[in-house]
Ligand binder design. Structure first.
Ligand code: SAM
Length: 208
């Protein structure tokens, strides 16, 4: 019911398809799904990482994680690890340990946040924790929302209303972190600019 009411197919699905296509996790890799909600990214991620890969969904809501768990169980996905934690407040070392205890790797190959950072208040701390859970040179993806632009500007009031009802800050623009901190940045948008997509690689530590 939550997924039916969320505007998934008219609006948001396009962003997750573009984001996961650009992130392009490979077979066998481990991907963090930050603020995974009910697991709407899992099917697209499974197609990429396969049964030898791992999806780690992190969310602070037990209800959301229960829906994500039901989705994984119903599809027979045994490679999904779900962790209840607040991305703003968590200690990355203890979360990495919990992921390892559940059969995953402490360091993930990629991390994706779709429509979640803009709900997290101090999203820069959530971003820092997201990057801390990545291995060297890991890939990052952010899909989030802004006011529609150009000929779609007439949709601004409804876009703002939908964001306000969903609790997200339409002015947050968390993809700026990728613009500022990553290399090999890919940029995309959809739905009149309302959906903003960025992916990039964390630079390897400079060799001194
Ligand atoms: C709009 S939903 C998006 C869910 C999913 N990423 C998607 O694309 O369908 C935002 C999710 O972020 C989660 N969330 C919000 N603040 C959070 C935080 N500080 N730490 C972890 N999860 C959080 C919410 O519980 C919710 O499941």
């Amino acid at each position: 019911m939550y997924d039916l009411l969320s505007g998934e197919y008219p609006v948001y699905h396009a962003g997750r398809v573009l984001g996961i296509t650009a992130l392009a996790p490979r077979t066998g890799q481990q991907v963090l799904d930050v603020g995974c909600g009910t697991g709407l990214n899992f099917s697209l991620l499974q197609q990429r990482v396969g049964t030898s890969g791992t999806i780690v969904g992190i969310d602070r809501s037990a209800d959301m994680l229960n829906m994500a768990r039901r989705r994984a169980t119903a599809r027979g996905w045994n490679n999904v690890i779900l962790v209840q934690a607040d991305m703003v407040l968590l200690d990355p070392r203890s979360i990495a340990a919990r992921i390892e205890e559940s059969g995953g790797s402490a360091a993930s190959d990629a991390a994706l946040a779709t429509y979640s950072l803009s709900l997290m208040g101090d999203w820069t701390r959530a971003w820092a924790n997201m990057t801390a859970l990545l291995g060297p040179g890991g890939r990052l993806g952010v899909v989030d929302l802004q006011d529609p632009v150009g000929g779609a500007r007439w949709l601004i009031p409804s876009a703002r209303l939908a964001c306000a009802l969903g609790g997200s800050d339409i002015t947050a623009a968390p993809w700026r972190a990728i613009e500022q901190q990553c290399v090999n940045v890919l940029r995309g948008s959809a739905r009149g600019g309302h959906l903003q997509i960025r992916t990039g690689d964390m630079p390897e530590a400079p060799v001194i």
